[in-house]
Each structure stands twice: as structure tokens, then as C-alpha cells.
Design a protein around this ligand. Structure first.
Ligand code: SF4
Ligand code: SF4
Ligand code: FES
Length: 218
């Protein structure tokens, strides 16, 4: 039986892929592994984010290449986001700390592109506005489901770096906690299952509960 294949374009180059395989597998098979970054290969880390255009008039958008099956006529554009030097978090963070380590904070022109680009439906622009007011607890919640794909930074013409700031705030609040992280009976496998199978709302509830008690409840 002949294998069913489709043609698609990666950064303008046409490749042939097997029906049913993911974009990442298609790129590996075509010898183009370097054209997209891969981390977890399981839809969690966001490293493989690409933007897509379809040939049948459907609206394209951002997708995780490790989870997205190939389709005929699809055009794929990798989103290379350069790594940024890590910024050390501080305990009990205040607005002045954030402004000094991220002077880009006040550059936001409220264009909304970051919110539109986010594959996790995080209200990124609103969260940047919350950062400007020093509402850090709310920001930490906004970024709970961030997969750090870097797309919000990639599309920002004003180089505001929303997710880098969101991560810095989450880490800073994390090191400000005075409750000990407790051992839990939840196994690593179970934690992965929570991450992969649960809805965004369930993951947010888990994160809130963890911040309160320092434990992952089964
Ligand atoms: S893309 Fe940049 S300038 Fe536009 S709303 Fe987001 S952070 Fe602000
Ligand atoms: S907030 Fe930014 S880095 Fe996080 S998932 Fe959304 S687009 Fe990706
Ligand atoms: S490689 Fe981690 S989400 Fe695709």
C-alpha cells in the first residue's frame, strides 16, 4: 500500500510529509531539524512554536510544531526568539525593582499584539498594564499557564519583553514565600499527567492551591 503524503512549505521551501505525522517529525524526516527548536516534544515547553498559514482560507496563527499534524498546502514560519540573559529575582519585589531590571516596561504602546499572539490565551497586554501598577500577585496568576514560547516578545515592536517580566515576577514572589515546600505523595508521572491532561482552569486552581499550601494535592 502506498503511503499517503502531503506537500507543505517551511520558510518557503517545499517538503513532503506523511499524513498523520507532526510538523516536528516532518522536519526531522526532511533533514530540517535545525529550522525549529524542540524541548519537551510533548506540548509543554513552548520551544517549538511556529506560525502557520493555510491554503484553504482558514485563519492561520501560532501552533506548537510538536503537536500539530501536517496538512496539505500548509505554510510554516518558525519564530526564532533569541535567548535573553536571566535576570536575578529579588525577594519582596516592588515596582521600582521591576523598572530598574526591565526599563522596557514603560515602552508598551498598548497595541495588543502580544495578547493576540499568545497560544495560551493569556491576557498579556492587560498583564503588562498590571505590572506598570505594581499588581504583582495578579501578574503571577496571569502567567501561571505561560509556556515561555517567547511569542509575545517576538511580536512586540517596542521590545517590551512581557513574558520575561512575568517570569521574573513569578520567581521573585516565589522566593518571597516563607512556607516550606513539603514532600507530597504525588508522583512525577502524576504531575506530568496533571500538566498534559488537565484544562487551563484546573492547572490554575492547582497553582493557586500550591502557592497557598506548598504541596501538590492528589
Ligand atoms: S505587543 Fe508590546 S507594545 Fe503591544 S501591548 Fe504587548 S507589550 Fe505592549
Ligand atoms: S505569555 Fe508569551 S511566552 Fe507565555 S505562552 Fe503567551 S506568548 Fe508564550
Ligand atoms: S517541544 Fe515543547 S512544546 Fe513542542
Amino acid at each position: 500500500m502506498t503511503e499517503k503524503t502531503v506537500k507543505l512549505k517551511i520558510s518557503g521551501k517545499t517538503i513532503q510529509a506523511r499524513v498523520g505525522e507532526t510538523l516536528v517529525h516532518a522536519l526531522w524526516a526532511a533533514g530540517m531539524a535545525e529550522s525549529v527548536k524542540v524541548g519537551c516534544a510533548g506540548g509543554v515547553c513552548g520551544a517549538c512554536t511556529v506560525t502557520l498559514r493555510y491554503s484553504d482560507g482558514r485563519t492561520g496563527g501560532t501552533e506548537l510544531a510538536c503537536m500539530k499534524p501536517v496538512e496539505a498546502g500548509m505554510e510554516v514560519f518558525p519564530c526564532p526568539v533569541e535567548a535573553d540573559a536571566p535576570v536575578t529575582p529579588v525577594a519582596q519585589p516592588e515596582l521600582s525593582h521591576l523598572q530598574s531590571v526591565f526599563p522596557t516596561l514603560d515602552r508598551c504602546t498598548k497595541c495588543g499584539s502580544c495578547t493576540t499572539a499568545c497560544p495560551m490565551s493569556i491576557p498579556v497586554m492587560d498583564s503588562v498594564l498590571r505590572m506598570q501598577k505594581g499588581e504583582f500577585q495578579a501578574v503571577a496568576e496571569d502567567f501561571t499557564t505561560c509556556i515561555h514560547c517567547g511569542l509575545c516578545r517576538f511580536v512586540c515592536e517596542d521590545k517590551v519583553k512581557p513574558h520575561n517580566m512575568g517570569l521574573w515576577i513569578r520567581r521573585s514572589l516565589g522566593m518571597s514565600r516563607d512556607i516550606a515546600i513539603e514532600k507530597t505523595e504525588v508522583s512525577v508521572e502524576q504531575e506530568w499527567k496533571y500538566l498534559l491532561d488537565e484544562s487551563s482552569e484546573q492547572r490554575l486552581q492547582r497553582a493557586r492551591q500550591f502557592r497557598k499550601s506548598g504541596r501538590i494535592e492528589p
